[in-house]
Write a protein that binds this ligand. Structure first.
Ligand code: BGC
Length: 765
């Protein structure tokens, strides 16, 4: 051994010793679990171990088949670790019985489901929820979802989805929390806390963070498409929410479909082991996405045996639907392409999750039919949904204070979403009761009672082309019965209604399935036939309120120029109509703020506030300058910036007071503003804190969100709002991927959105 080698060995011993010393001691509870699982593993055959790694969909099980289906046979043979998409406590109980009574090892199953924004009680779609900027509300919605799902037998939800998305063409932007790493991280933590609690009670379930990683950065916004980005960007802008969820204790994580750095995430050892486990200390299990393993064949990574071994060796533990593990791992073991340690390790992690859920003590812990009766879709849960939905709405425009509406007005309620139950929910509402949502019409009637003066007209279909409309609207379930009249006939009827009304409420936009999985588009405007309706209504000169349903940021240039009031309600969920009425009539003052930038047109995409300055930035307020970074045809400005949202009241911000202009490492400074409610209504404001690092070892964004507070103020009231800033808040990953804060000058901004801010400066010493 030469000197250099001896030195390396010496160093390695030092490092190993140090890590052994810093390793946390195993608690008595953990030791008990380990010995229980060791015992179990010692008794299991290879087939049974591999069986635990298999997660089929329960698609073919109907009531009465629990014991006789194909899946039941696999369960009896010990070839299934969990099932998903099975609904109903009795059915789940019957299937669990097969596992714990008829399989040799009697190991209980996990029951998973995409409980994404509520179970029977549906909350706003996640993109809407993120616009509440209210972490208590976010956590509460996840708690209610966990209570309802667990009362129905589910013990594992495939949520939260925390993929950063900056491209509204991508349909799944609706399922995430928008464009920002900081806001996304706060939401990720709140969701995990809400679902899992302490993972003790029978209403606390496993969370599954998805889709790890970078799924939201698909090229061209086309679903499942390639992503490619620098590591610096990944670490600073895309990975933080997954990391935050892991730090909050998420029990599982789902691999994404896309490739990262040339390797499909499902087969990426760098992602699944190096980053996730070694850097972040993740202790839970990794599941693939639906057929993620066999999809690596099409990615060009080899045959089923090769890609299955690739996934296991990368650090993936459970195979959703693909059956690559089930079909090939034994062969790979005999050919030494995978090791028994790797199989044991994956199996151990899944058994641990079952142990932590308490399934070995009581496999029917989540199968209490009485709970389901009382706790699912209860009036209390619906009330919570109603309040949270109203908080997610973003008032984009309110000229001449058209809103709130007077209850005495005659309202012309027009549009394909005026009286539509199924499309109040938005995508991934797998347990929604399609006929039980409150429609807008019903909500207005509930609010107005016997005095209601509401006239209605359909006004338009979702799309003019019936074939396309089927693809956009009814692909999963028939949620909309198309009106067979021509566009002109429908507009004519709508104009008659408008004529007799004091105000027109136009319920227009997307149906639930315009966004979601495999629902990408290249045009992000309101479909032409609906726009034609709006244009005709605008010509009447009647005051119009556009109640916009959407699962993505839309390009609303024409609407912004021609419609006086726009309330973006996303997809509000079960209580849609009631919460919309609450806001329209001013019982609730809107307080939602955008978590994604709304571009002027699709050509500006991706457009996000935390962009880099470039070497040729366009001067502020300019439209175009030759040889600057801009477009010939449209300014660089968004239509509505990140963090934007109006209220029925107005807020004024004082200048920023800094406790010091120097921040010394290890210390902190305070930035304060006085916020005053200068309008006539009580209201809530989201006060936002941003910083800019003026000089860095790598280029830094022009603004980065570093904090926010949602505060309530009575009309006329003032409050001092303070933020504490320490060195930690200024850290970023440098080009060596070290998390550092670099001394130097910073700007600090506080304001009502990412554009309209007060400014101060300080130096980090
Ligand atoms: C989706 C996941 C989902 C899974 C199971 C996949 O197609 O990408 O988000 O959890 O199906 O339903």
């Amino acid at each position: 051994m030469n000197k250099a080698n001896i030195f390396v060995v010496f160093l390695t011993i030092l490092v190993l010793n140090a890590s052994a010393q810093t390793k946390k001691p195993v608690s008595a509870e953990e030791a008990k679990m380990n010995s229980f699982i060791n015992n179990l593993l010692a008794k299991m055959t290879i087939d049974e171990k591999i069986g635990q790694l298999n997660l089929p969909s329960s698609g073919d099980i109907t009531t009465g088949q629990a014991n006789s289906s194909d899946i039941a046979k696999k369960i009896k043979d010990g070839h299934v670790g969990g099932l998903f998409n099975i609904k109903g406590v009795e059915k789940i109980k019957a299937v669990q019985k097969v596992a714990v009574e008829n399989s040799r090892m009697k190991i209980p199953l996990l029951f998973g489901m995409d409980v994404i924004h509520g179970y029977n009680t549906v909350f706003p779609i996640p993109l809407g929820m993120s616009c509440t900027w209210d972490m208590d509300a976010v956590q509460k919605s996840a708690r209610v979802a966990a209570i309802e799902a667990s009362a129905s037998g589910i013990n594992w939800t495939f949520s939260p989805m925390v993929d950063i998305a900056r491209d509204p063409r991508w349909g799944r932007i609706s399922e995430g929390n928008g464009e920002d790493a900081y806001l996304g991280s706060q939401i990720a933590k709140a969701m995990v806390r809400g679902y899992q609690g302490k993972l003790q009670a029978n209403n606390e379930i496993l969370a599954c963070v998805k889709h790890y990683a970078l799924y939201g950065a698909a090229e061209g916004g086309r679903d499942y498409n390639t992503t490619d980005m620098s590591k610096v960007r990944m670490y600073n802008e895309y990975l933080p929410p997954y990391k935050a969820a892991v730090e909050a204790g998420a029990a599982s994580i789902m691999a994404s479909f896309n490739e990262v750095d040339g390797i499909p995430a499902t087969g990426s050892k760098w992602l699944m082991t190096e980053v996730l486990r070694n850097q972040w200390g993740f202790k839970g299990f990794v599941v693939t996405d639906y057929t993620g393993i066999p999809e690596m064949i099409a990615h060009g990574m080899g045959d089923l045996q090769t890609v299955s071994a690739l996934a296991l060796n990368a650090g993936v533990d459970m195979d959703m639907v693909g059956e690559g593990f089930l079909g090939t791992l034994k062969k790979s073991l005999s050919e030494k392409k995978v090791s028994i340690q790797q199989i044991d390790n994956a199996c151990r992690l899944i058994l641990q999750a079952k142990y932590k859920l308490g399934l070995f003590t009581d496999p029917y812990k989540f199968c209490d039919a009485q709970r389901a009766e009382k706790e699912v879709f209860s009036p209390e849960n619906r009330l919570i949904a109603r309040e949270i939905s109203a908080e997610s709405f973003v008032l984009l425009k309110n000229d001449n204070n058209i809103l709130p509406l007077k209850k005495t007005s005659t309202i012309g309620l027009i549009g394909p979403l005026a009286d539509n139950t199924a499309n109040m929910y938005g995508t991934w509402s797998v347990a929604a009761l399609f006929d039980r949502s409150v429609t807008v019409l019903q909500g207005l009637k509930n609010a107005l009672g016997a005095d209601a003066k509401i006239l209605t007209a359909r006004g338009s279909n979702f799309l003019a082309d019936s074939v396309l409309e089927h693809r956009y609207v009814n692909i999963h379930n028939p949620t909309y019965l198309r009106d067979s009249r021509t566009e002109a006939e429908m507009i004519k009827e709508a104009l008659k209604v408008a004529e007799k009304s004091d105000v027109v409420v136009a319920t227009i936009g997307e149906s639930s399935e315009f966004t979601g999985e495999s629902s990408s588009v290249t045009d992000i405007q309101i479909p032409e036939t609906q726009k034609n309706l709006l244009k005709a209504l605008a010509k009447t000169g009647k005051p119009i309120v556009l109640v916009l349903f959407t699962g993505r940021p839309l390009a609303l240039k024409w609407e912004n120029e021609n419609i006086p009031a726009i309330l973006n309600v996303w997809f509000p969920g079960s209580e849609a109509g009631n919460s919309i009425a609450d806001v329209l009539f001013g019982n609730v003052n809107p307080s939602g703020k955008l978590s994604t930038t709304f571009p002027q047109n699709v050509g500006q995409v991706p457009l996000y506030y935390a962009h880099k300055n470039t070497g040729r930035p366009l001067a502020e307020g300019k439209w175009f300058e030759k040889f600057r970074s801009n477009y010939l045809d449209v300014s660089n400005d968004p239509l509505f910036p990140f963090g934007y949202g109006l209220s029925y009241t107005t807020f004024s911000y004082s200048d920023i007071k800094l406790s010091s202009n120097t921040l010394t490492k290890g210390k902190s400074i305070t930035a304060s503003v006085t916020l005053t409610n200068t309008g006539k209504y009580d209201g809530k404001e989201v006060v936002q804190l941003y910083t800019r690092d003026l000089v860095g070892s790598i280029t830094r964004p022009v603004k980065e969100l570093k904090g926010f507070q949602k505060v309530s103020l009575k009309a006329g009231e003032s409050k001092q709002i303070s933020f504490t800033i320490s060195e930690n808040d200024l850290k970023f990953y440098n080009s060596d991927l070290k998390f550092v804060a670099e001394p130097g000058d910073f700007k600090l901004f506080i304001g009502t959105n990412s554009r309209d801010v007060k400014e101060a400066s300080f130096t980090l010493k």
